[in-house]
Design a protein around this ligand. Structure first.
Ligand code: NAD
Length: 370
């Protein structure tokens, strides 16, 4: 990860002469301009692989700061305390984190634990009166997602889902082009999301903790991507599952699912979600006047892409840095995001996943009402 200086230089140089691509206040967050507004003070829950990535990215944030941790492993808490200068009073474990309600130094908790734990943990944080950023998938089904939305509403706290691509500059540029009608009438989206999963003992292959297999983890990128690329929500899905390793991918853990979605405009999507193929990180979309291909489309970047007009040239900025500054704005300044990142947005993806699993079971077309 680059220093704050190199980060700022990259952004400032790349931004010269370019139109503002995304929320102007979000762009401000990534320039060398002084920032004197409120800073979102965040505690990360779950100090695993992605939690580490988010913490490092937050070093370059202007509007968000890591100030606390919640972990079941005391040695990790010690490491993080040293690495990020976290005071002891801002450290919690999974039993006592409800006490965060009495801690005025923490504004929000970022839940980065296994999917099956998100719902209960989010509801506990909401009851403690703190805002929540929760990783995708927000839960393991739409019912859980809705409970989380309701709990946060009741507690009058914000619930945001870690959709980092909604802040990624090349993705935002494609969304701008789509809104400007540059692709014409949209006809087709193709999403391919997958990787080969390793250790069979990991939580990602445990139904209770993961809620499913590849679809929950990586297929969700094609679902969410189809929605932000086309700018519509699907009204039906069909889906077919193939399983080559029923030992590793037990009942309830999907290995590979191909799925199709139909949209109100008549556009259709054809997607692949898998835990058993390499190099699958690609979006393609075509309309009657233009097209875009992104590969990689949702990895940590740099994202690469081209359209009928040529290469996408927007700068690479660490996704989680932009996301956390952007989310601080949403919480403090009530800005309008380019693509929603709230709990309701998360529930839509969960409803679509529920419908895909039903379509796999029934073999038929399943209506979706998001
Ligand atoms: P991980 O296994 O690396 O970390 C999970 C953390 O949760 C660990 O620190 C672990 O100790 C802790 N944990 C607490 N209770 C646990 C339990 N009962 N069982 C297992 N672990 C427990 O996983 P990760 O890759 O960091 O994923 C965490 C979440 O972040 C998932 O929801 C995942 O989908 C999401 N994620 C999002 C992105 C993204 O790009 N937005 C990328 C990776 C992961």
């Amino acid at each position: 990860m680059g220093s704050r200086r190199s980060f700022i230089e990259k952004v400032t140089v790349s931004a010269i002469g370019l139109p503002l691509l995304y929320n102007p206040s979000n762009l401000l967050a990534a320039t060398s301009e002084q920032y004197d507004g409120p800073v979102l003070r965040v505690a990360i829950m779950g100090l695993g692989s992605y939690g580490n990535r988010v913490a490092k990215a937050m070093l370059d944030c202007k509007k968000a700061k890591l100030v606390g941790v919640i972990s079941g492993t005391p040695s990790k808490i010690e490491e993080w305390r040293k690495a990020y200068d976290i005071p002891e009073r801002n450290c919690y474990n999974y039993y006592n984190f409800d006490n965060i309600k009495d801690n005025p130094d923490i504004d929000a908790v970022y839940v980065i634990t296994p999917n099956g734990l998100h719902c209960d943990q989010t509801i506990r944080v909401a009851k403690a009166g703190k805002h929540i950023i929760c990783e995708k998938p927000m839960g393991i089904n739409a019912g859980q997602g809705q409970k989380m939305v309701d709990a946060c509403k009741a507690a009058k706290v914000k619930l945001l889902i870690g959709y980092r691509m909604h802040y990624e500059p090349k993705t935002v540029e494609v969304i701008r082009m789509r809104k400007a009608g540059e692709f014409g009438e949209l006809k087709f989206f193709q999403g391919q999301s997958g990787f080969v999963i390793g250790d069979p003992a990991q939580w990602r292959l445990n139904k209770e903790l993961a809620g499913g297999g590849a679809m929950m983890d990586i297929g969700i990128y094609s679902i969410n991507g189809a929605r932000y690329m086309l700018g519509e929500d699907p009204i039906w899905v069909t889906a077919q599952e193939t399983k080559t390793d029923p030992v590793k991918f037990k009942e309830g853990i999907d290995e590979t699912i191909q799925f199709q979605m139909g949209f109100p405009s008549g556009a259709v999507a054809n997607c692949l979600s898998t835990y058993n193929m390499r190099n699958l990180d690609r979006f393609f979309m075509t309309g009657d006047e233009g097209w875009v291909e992104m590969k990689p489309s949702t990895g940590y970047g740099p994202i690469k892409g081209r359209t009928h007009k040529g290469e996408l040239t927007r700068p690479h900025i660490t996704h989680q840095t932009l996301q956390m500054d952007g989310m601080a704005e949403l919480i403090f300044e009530d800005v309008e995001p380019i693509v929603p990142v709230d709990g309701e947005e998360g529930v839509k993806d969960m409803k679509i996943i529920d419908a895909i699993f039903e379509a796999v079971k029934t073999g038929g077309k399943v209506e979706v009402k998001v």
